[in-house]
Design a binder for this molecule. Structure first.
Ligand SMILES: Cc1cc2nc3c(=O)[nH]c(=O)nc-3n(C[C@H](O)[C@H](O)[C@H](O)COP(=O)(O)O)c2cc1C
Length: 287
C-alpha cells in the first residue's frame, strides 16, 4: 500500500462549485474493475450491448467500459466518466516511488499496465506512442549505470532503477504523426502537411506515460520517472536497439513500493512547495 503525501489542494470559490458536483457522485458506488482484456462493442452495433445501460440524472452511467481494452476499431464508450471517486483515490496515491521491494511483477499486471497505451489519446489518432518493457535484470542494471544510479544512491536514495522490477522506456514515433497528417483529411488548406505548432508526438508520449503511472497504482505498485541526458539516450538506444527515428522520451520504473522516505526528504517535491491553484490554474483568461 502506497503512502501518499499530497498536500490538500487549495480549494478556491470557483472550485467549490465543482466540488458540489463531486459530492453528488458519492452515492454511486460504481465498482472499480480493471480487467483490461475484454473487447469493446463497435459503435452503432445494434446487437452490441451498450454500456450506457441506465443513464443517471447527473449524466454519469451506472456501468462503464473504461477498463476494457480495445482489440478492434470500436470507440471507447463516452458514458465512462463514472469513476470520480475512484480516480480521486488513485490520484491521492500518485507520487514518484524511488525504492522497491525485490519482488517481480506478475505478468498479468504488467500486461494490464502497458495495455493502457491503447487508450492513450493521440493527435489524429496517430498512435505514435511506444513502450519498451524491460524485465531482464542485467539490462536494468545497464540502464541504471547509464542513468547514473550511483549518484542517487550517494544522495541517500535506494537503488531506484536497478531495484525496480521493471523499466518502461516511453518512446515517440514522430513519423506516425507526419504520415497521418499527410492523409487527405488532415492536410492543410494548400494541400501540404500542417506546420506543427507543437511536437505532439512528445506530448502524447507523456499522456501514455501518465496512464502507465496510474495503472501501476491500480495494480498496487509504485512507479517513478526519470529522464536521460542526450548521451544517455544514445546509450539506451544502442542497448535496446531503438531506431533513430523513434524518440526516447523518459523511463518509468515499476515495482512493489518499498520504504521511500528519501523521496520525501530529498526529491524536488520534498524540497520545494507545491504551487498554489491560483498560480497553476486560471479561469476564463490568463489575466
Ligand atoms: C520527465 C521527468 C523526469 C524526471 N526525472 C527525475 C530524475 O531524474 N530524478 C528524480 O529524482 N525524479 C525525477 N522526476 C520526478 C519528479 O521529480 C517528480 O515528479 C516531482 O518532484 C513531483 O513529485 P511526485 O511525482 O512524487 O509528486 C522526473 C519526472 C518527470 C516527469
Amino acid at each position: 500500500m502506497l503512502v501518499h503525501h499530497l498536500r490538500p489542494l487549495d480549494v478556491g470559490p470557483a472550485r467549490a462549485a465543482s466540488h458540489e458536483v463531486d459530492e453528488a457522485l458519492h452515492g454511486l458506488g460504481v465498482p472499480f474493475e480493471h480487467d483490461l482484456d475484454r473487447a469493446v462493442v463497435p459503435i452503432g452495433d445494434p446487437a452490441g450491448k451498450s454500456a450506457l445501460t441506465r443513464p443517471l440524472p447527473n449524466r454519469v452511467a451506472e456501468a462503464d467500459t473504461l477498463h476494457v481494452s480495445m482489440d478492434d476499431d470500436a470507440a471507447a464508450d463516452h458514458a465512462a466518466y463514472s469513476r470520480a471517486m475512484e480516480f480521486r483515490e488513485l490520484l491521492a496515491k500518485r507520487r514518484m516511488v524511488r525504492a522497491y521491494e525485490p519482488e517481480p511483477i506478475p505478468q498479468e499486471s504488467l500486461d494490464r499496465i502497458v495495455s493502457t497505451i491503447r487508450r492513450a489519446p493521440s493527435g489524429g489518432f496517430s498512435q505514435g506512442q511506444r513502450l519498451v518493457v524491460i524485465i531482464d535484470p542485467e539490462t536494468r542494471e545497464r540502464i541504471a549505470g547509464i542513468a547514473g544510479e550511483e549518484y542517487y544512491v550517494g544522495q541517500g536514495f535506494a537503488p531506484w532503477i536497478s531495484g525496480a522490477a521493471a523499466l518502461i522506456v516511453v518512446c515517440a514515433c514522430e513519423e506516425d504523426y507526419r504520415e497521418r497528417y499527410r492523409q487527405p483529411d488532415k492536410l492543410d488548406e494548400d494541400g501540404s502537411e500542417i506546420d506543427w505548432p507543437v511536437p505532439y508526438w512528445h506530448v502524447d508520449a507523456g499522456k501514455a506515460a501518465m496512464l502507465v503511472l496510474l495503472a501501476a497504482i491500480d495494480e498496487g505498485l509504485g512507479a517513478g520517472v526519470f529522464g536521460l541526458s542526450a548521451e544517455g539516450i544514445a546509450e539506451v538506444r544502442g542497448l535496446l536497439s531503438i531506431p533513430e527515428d523513434v524518440a526516447i522520451v523518459e523511463v518509468i520504473t515499476l515495482g512493489k513500493a518499498g520504504a521511500d522516505d528519501p523521496s520525501d526528504r530529498l526529491s524536488s517535491r520534498g524540497k520545494r512547495p507545491r504551487k498554489s491553484m491560483d498560480e497553476l490554474v486560471r479561469w476564463e483568461r490568463w489575466a
